[in-house]
Design a binder for this molecule. Structure first.
Ligand code: ASP
Ligand code: MG
Length: 420
């Protein structure tokens, strides 16, 4: 068994879907294909959701029409004008039904509505692609991942029931040579849909690989493989052919958009190699992430995490923050689901960098209520450099735009004013 994962960028056009066919039909032996929502569908559905939650019915419908048109155009290109696919019709019907719900929309149910609406992106993409492959003679089984990936009800960040899901997947693929299924989504097993967090499809694919004891997993992307930096930001980025699981987890955690940070553990646990391969050229090897590699990585690796806010938190009463209040502070972060990306302390001050989040204002108010003075700087970025040398230090870690620096022998992390 092999697992392939295709991200939204790979299947955003009819040509992309045709290319997926070429890659999938080449594969010998059983294969499990995990697909994300097409193109920017997830973001587009988030616009629908925002309007829905704010009870702006007209705008919500308009936003949904954009999503609908995008998929209908793609279907027309793949199957011909005016072709209707029943399963696609029913996904759109259920979305329009949600928008005209008579239920009272409560703010506290935001995450539940999020999962209901946003999960439709993956349903649409996999239904279209499965149907297309079947129509081209590449027969496959569409698997409703909501029946296999069983989670708790922590909406938008659901925890997977590993044992139960493994059994369900093993049953689900019996007798199928090509299985097509959705990344990112799951369910509680009783009809309530959940999601695993943005960019969660990589994680889904890694889980499936683990459950099915896959020989390998390939993530098909619109890049050459893993690079030492984002080529859109750093023009001198170079390709890294081999990485260890540990390299990958550190990179992903620091914000490198190669793979979702949670994806490594299920693979490492079963020693399954992960290939990151260029979608545009299946002949190229890309990069491989595995247990042991031949050559250690000797070049500096630069990772930027954007949209950071730097909070500076100080107890009003001058108590020692590390000794007396650290737990309180971290508990408040956890309460709002805001994860610190970097923490640094002095005697009475705690600096914490976090992602921009809609709950941040509430967290700040809560901290103030609990007796902390909070100052924050917006428009920051977190730059992590692994294996730094003097040249990169001088180039990226100096100057007045750098607000905070954390350094070990191998890794330097700086919070600086965003310049990208
Ligand atoms: N479609 C989801 C997202 O854009 C999940 C994924 O692509 O991995 O976040
Ligand atoms: Mg994606």
């Amino acid at each position: 068994m092999k697992v392939y994962k295709f991200g939204g960028a790979s299947v955003k056009t009819a040509d992309g879907v045709r290319n997926l066919q070429l890659i999938v039909e080449d594969c010998i032996g059983p294969i499990f294909v995990i697909i994300s929502a097409m193109g920017k569908t997830t973001n587009a559905l988030e616009v629908v959701l925002e309007n829905f939650m704010e009870r702006r019915g007209v705008e919500a419908r308009e936003a949904l029409l954009i999503v609908e048109k995008f998929h209908r155009d793609l279907i027309a290109e793949l199957f011909g004008e005016d072709v209707k696919i029943d399963s696609i019709e029913s996904v759109f019907n259920s979305l329009y039904d949600i928008l005209s719900t008579k239920e009272t929309i409560k703010d506290m149910d935001y995450d539940m509505w999020y999962d209901k609406i946003i999960s439709c992106g993956e349903l649409l993409s996999t239904l279209i692609i499965s149907e297309y492959l079947n129509s081209r003679g590449v027969s496959n089984r569409w698997i409703d991942v909501r029946e296999c990936l069983i989670t708790d009800l922590k909406h938008r960040d659901a925890n997977v029931d590993m044992e139960l899901s493994e059994v369900k997947f093993k049953n689900g693929v019996k007798g199928a040579n090509i299985s097509i299924s959705q990344g990112f989504i799951g369910s509680d097993g009783n009809g309530t849909v959940t999601t695993l967090g943005r960019e969660g499809s990589d994680y889904s694919a890694a889980l499936v690989a683990n459950f099915l004891d896959a020989e390998s997993i390939s993530i098909w992307k619109d890049v050459e493989g893993v690079l030492n930096a984002d080529p859109r930001v750093f023009s001198d980025a170079v390709h890294i052919p081999e990485l260890t699981y540990l390299d990958a987890i550190e990179l992903a955690y620091s914000g490198a958009q190669i793979i979702h940070p949670k994806s490594i553990k299920p693979l490492q646990n079963k020693n399954i190699p992960l290939y990151v391969r260029p979608f545009a050229d299946k002949a190229k090897a890309g990069s491989v992430i595995k247990d042991r590699i031949k050559d250690k990585i000797v070049i500096p690796i630069l990772i930027i995490k954007q949209n950071q806010i730097l909070l500076s938190i100080r107890p009003q009463d001058f108590s020692f923050v590390l000794e007396d209040r650290l737990c309180d502070v971290l508990n408040m972060f956890a309460e709002y689901g805001i994860k610190p990306n970097l923490i640094q302390s002095s005697a009475v001050n705690l600096s914490v960098a976090v992602d921009m989040s809609r709950l941040l204002e509430r967290l700040i108010s809560k901290l103030q209520l609990e007796g902390f003075r909070v100052v924050h700087n917006e428009d920051m970025e977190l730059l992590t450099i692994r294996g730094y040398d003097k040249a990169v230090l001088d180039k990226y870690c100096m100057g007045e735009d750098v607000y905070l620096t954390q350094k070990t022998r191998r890794i330097i992390r700086v919070i600086r004013k965003a310049i990208h």
